[in-house]
Ligand binder design. Structure first.
Ligand SMILES: Cc1ncc(COP(=O)(O)O)c(C=O)c1O
Length: 420
């Protein structure tokens, strides 16, 4: 590279990644092929619009890349192109989620999403996100005692509040989500509204959106339940367990429609395409879309299936070992790549910020995280979140997780005193 300052920083970051252990649940390590596609000359091309309907000329190859990416996305999740569409242009997870709101929920409408401190994402209606400023969040959480979802409680809340949309799928929830139950809850709100009426009007049935950002790779690998049988819309980032570039996809059912102000029936898929472009974005990042296509092909291989299963095996062992060493694991364990660990332990341990600082000094990278019914602040919460997707990509197995748990415990253990 001619730019020595940036070259130096790239090399330094490469070295940092090499010598540290990343347990950030939302990170992974992409293949050289994904990097090659990201760094390709597709970055030079403007392609506003969709395949066959672009504004600028010169789209022979961009059209092919985007079509291929769509085909691979539908195939990977076993979706029929007659029933499902996929938009591969969202620049990342947050704009993808915002596009769904813009497409399907009238401004000011109610969206039932998990609150941040229980494991929901900011874009599930938190007040600091545009989704909480322009729509109204009906927050829900996990059961205080079990720390898992209580579907009866959710149903009561949904019937009382009649949200226009319900979001399932989270940032820090380690357990399997019962999508069938969520469908029943969405249906319990009454018949679907097609007239753009107030979201609180009686008889509104909620749209079910699943944000599978965290577990998409596990679904692709057959290691976690698929939400597609029950959801109307599924969003996902590509850069977590799916092991692709930073990007996002929006899947939507073609047979679900809304009535426009002119009285025409418009499918959710068409509304979502319009919300992405021209609603929220200009030209898609075609180099990114090429890299997504590469990652989707990689995720369809038998090796990836094995990988997805190993990710979960590793997380279960890490969680069990930390428990044996005396740490409190939220919900008592995990069914996914993700572990939420209470480091504060009612004042007997340390805050999540202190724990993550200590671990970073020893080369273990994690993030501080709120825990359900948090008593501290989001900037200095009670826990940390751990994930096994990245280290499993690097070949880690159960025996490595046993060692890692001991290392984490050793770093956090306060020398000279009783442990807890
Ligand atoms: C469940 C969920 N949805 C959406 C996002 C947002 O993705 P991005 O950071 O790409 O905007 C995240 C990010 O961590 C997430 O965990």
């Amino acid at each position: 590279m001619k730019d020595k300052q940036i070259e130096k920083l790239i090399k330094a970051e490469e070295a940092r990644q090499k010598k540290t252990i990343s347990l950030i649940a939302s990170e992974n390590y992409v293949s050289d092929d994904v990097l090659k596609a990201l760094g390709s000359k597709f970055t030079n091309k403007y392609s506003e619009g969709y395949p066959g309907k672009r504004y600028y000329k010169g789209q022979t190859y961009t059209d092919q890349v985007e079509e291929l990416c769509r085909e691979r996305a539908l195939k990977l999740f076993k979706l029929s192109p007659e029933k499902w569409a996929v938009n591969v242009q969202p620049l990342s997870g947050s704009p993808a989620n915002l596009a769904v709101y813009v497409a399907l929920v009238p401004a000011g409408g109610k969206v039932m999403g998990m609150s941040l401190d229980h494991g929901g994402h900011l874009t599930h209606g938190h007040k600091v996100s545009a989704t909480g400023k322009y729509w109204m969040q009906v927050p829900y959480g996990v059961n205080k005692n079990t720390e898992v979802l209580d579907y009866d409680e959710l149903k009561k809340l949904a019937i009382a509040e009649k949200p226009a949309m319900i979001i399932a799928g989270y940032t820090a929830y380690p357990r399997i989500v019962d999508f069938k139950k969520f469908r029943e809850i969405a249906n319990a709100c009454g018949p679907i509204r097609t007239d753009g009426a107030s979201p609180t009007s009686n008889g509104a049935r909620a749209i079910l959106m699943v944000d599978m950002s965290h577990f998409a790779g596990l679904v692709a690998g057959g290691a976690y339940p698929s939400p597609f049988e029950y959801a109307d819309v599924v969003t996902t980032t590509v850069h977590k367990t799916l092991r692709g570039p930073r990007s996002a996809l929006i899947f939507s059912r073609k047979d679900k429609t809304k009535t426009s102000v002119k009285g025409n029936e418009i499918s959710f898929s068409e509304l979502i395409d319009k919300a992405v472009f021209p609603g929220l974005q200009g030209g898609p990042h075609m180099n990114q879309i090429a890299a997504v296509a590469v990652a989707l092909k990689e995720a369809s291989t038998p090796a990836f299936k094995k990988y997805a299963k190993q990710v979960i095996k590793n997380a279960k062992v890490l969680s069990d070992e930390l428990k044996k060493l005396g740490w409190k694991i939220i919900s008592g364990g995990t069914d996914s790549h993700l572990i939420l660990m209470d480091t504060f332990m009612n004042g007997k341990g340390m805050s999540g910020a202190e724990a993550s600082d200590k671990l970073e000094k020893e080369g273990i990278i994690v993030n501080k995280n709120t825990i359900p019914n948090e008593t501290r602040s989001p900037v200095d919460p009670s826990g940390i979140r751990l994930g096994t997707a990245g280290e499993t990509t690097r070949g880690a197995k159960e025996k490595d997780m046993i060692k890692l748990a001991k290392r984490i415990d050793g770093v956090l253990f306060r020398k000279g005193g009783d442990k807890f």
